[in-house]
Design a protein around this ligand. Structure first.
Ligand SMILES: [Zn+2]
Length: 443
């Protein structure tokens, strides 16, 4: 007796070929077997896969669930968005705000085909963890860590010692929670707001607990300039000196990278994440082709809902066209990035970034049952000469029909089963106004 059988679907294979008429048999949170469609096999629940493509759930390598209620507020605003909006907004969030904000973010991610994410951290992370556990999603959750910086109010800063202790408390309470779906990580918010002592200590503690570190890195010029002024090193070299560049480090953005920075990050097996829409809007075009050519682990992130949405299908399209326009067209070469690269980033790249390459990122027997189905029987998707190109060029989050995470159905025929959608949207609509007034950022 299986928990779930997805019958007669098309299947996106680990080598990105597509196999027709497949059954996926799921038991005890993992894919027990994938086989040609057969009449045999019983399960508690069945998903009809006819006309659907089953593919690995998408993995968002960098997001901020606590910025969900900033939606629509930061477009076309002058710098610094960070000091003018993010800091007053975040410092005015209550624990309940963070809980509902995370619920809404999970709801949006599930409905867009995302099954796992890396949360880069705000303050009330217990409440975020509770919301994620209830949603059924998988996440690496960090707690925002800052101990310096003139633009940051004291309420958002804490001593290096307290910062470490608070993350360790969170780790004690939530590591492995939600049937193993939750990991607790350390965070280095960014080099301008974390002292060398704090960064060094995070490196030591993360190694001791065998957990990850989530950092914003080389996001904008100010950060590079700050590092050069204060430490006479570029950010990547500075973090290397602090002992934190390693396979357990996830860096978000990676726009202002020199050739030497790329070589250094690659040699230390750091997991890189681009956030194309956030990058284009604020800081420039990341060197995706160069990073991919070097075989460095690269994933995608939406960077929260403040400006855009949480759809990785949208991020794939943006990186595809932005990369062709910026890196390809000046040299008359459209072949600078392929659909396959983008799908790899949104699945395997995310799995590597979350330190779970052995469990996530592809659909194979023995791996975790984290998958989505896409309704292919729609005029914008079928017929096609090349399904990979069509998935990246034409598919959106709205085409995701079902979502299974850790062997449980969290969305069936677009109904999310774990979170009350109407209640969550209603509660968040009330809170978005109250927070704006408290933070003094009304539109
Ligand atoms: Zn971010």
């Amino acid at each position: 007796m299986y928990d779930i059988i997805i019958r007669n679907c098309s299947l996106l294979m680990p080598d990105f070929s597509v196999k027709e008429n497949q059954d996926i048999l799921i038991k005890d949170s993992v894919i027990a077997q994938i086989r040609d469609t057969a009449e045999t096999g019983e399960a508690k629940e069945t998903i009809d896969g006819k006309g659907k493509l089953a593919m690995p759930g998408l993995i968002d390598g960098h997001t901020h669930t606590c910025q969900q209620l900033l939606r629509g507020r930061t477009a076309n605003e002058y710098p610094m968005i960070w000091t003018r909006f993010l800091v007053p907004f975040e410092s005015n969030l209550t624990p309940e705000d963070c809980y509902y904000s995370a619920r809404l973010a999970c709801l949006e991610m599930i409905k867009s085909g995302t099954t796992s994410f890396a949360e880069s951290g705000s303050t009330h992370m217990e409440d975020v963890a509770e919301a994620v556990i209830q949603s059924g999603m998988r996440a690496a959750i960090a707690r925002s860590t800052m101990d310096m910086g003139t633009a940051i109010p004291d309420s958002m800063k804490d001593s290096a010692e307290n910062n470490i202790r608070r993350t360790k408390d969170l780790y004690q309470k939530y590591q492995g929670a939600g049937e193993g779906r939750i990991d607790i990580w350390f965070a280095i918010r960014q080099v301008m707001t974390c002292s060398p002592d704090l960064i060094r200590e995070i490196g030591v503690e993360a190694k001791r607990l065998k957990t990850g570190i989530h950092a914003h890195l080389c996001e904008h010029r100010d950060e590079v300039s700050f590092c050069l002024q204060h430490y006479q090193k570029r950010p990547a070299a500075f973090l290397d000196e602090m002992g934190v560049l390693g396979p357990n480090l996830l860096t978000a953005h990676n726009v202002m990278l020199s050739e030497k920075d790329i070589d250094l990050l690659g040699s230390r097996q750091v997991k890189l994440i681009h956030c194309p829409r956030a990058n284009y809007a604020n800081h420039g075009f990341p060197k995706a082709p160069r990073i991919l050519q070097n075989g460095i682990s690269l994933g995608l992130g939406c960077d929260g809902a403040a400006r855009s949405n949480l759809s990785l299908f949208a991020e794939m399209k943006q990186l595809l066209y932005g990369t062709i326009a910026y890196w390809g067209l000046p040299i008359f070469d459209p072949d600078v990035i392929f659909a396959r690269d983008l799908l790899t980033m949104a699945t395997v790249g995310g799995a590597k970034a979350l330190q779970h390459e052995d469990l996530l990122g592809t659909l194979e027997a023995g791996k975790k049952a984290d998958l989505i189905t896409i309704n292919l029987m729609q005029p914008h998707l079928t017929p096609t000469h090349n399904l990979l190109n069509t998935l990246v060029d034409c598919c959106s989050g709205h085409d995701v029909t079902d979502s299974v995470i850790n062997g449980k159905i969290v969305m069936k025929e677009r109904n999310v089963l774990t979170i009350d959608e109407e209640e969550t949207v209603k509660e968040c609509s009330k809170r978005i106004k109250e927070i704006a007034v408290r933070a003094g950022i009304e539109a």
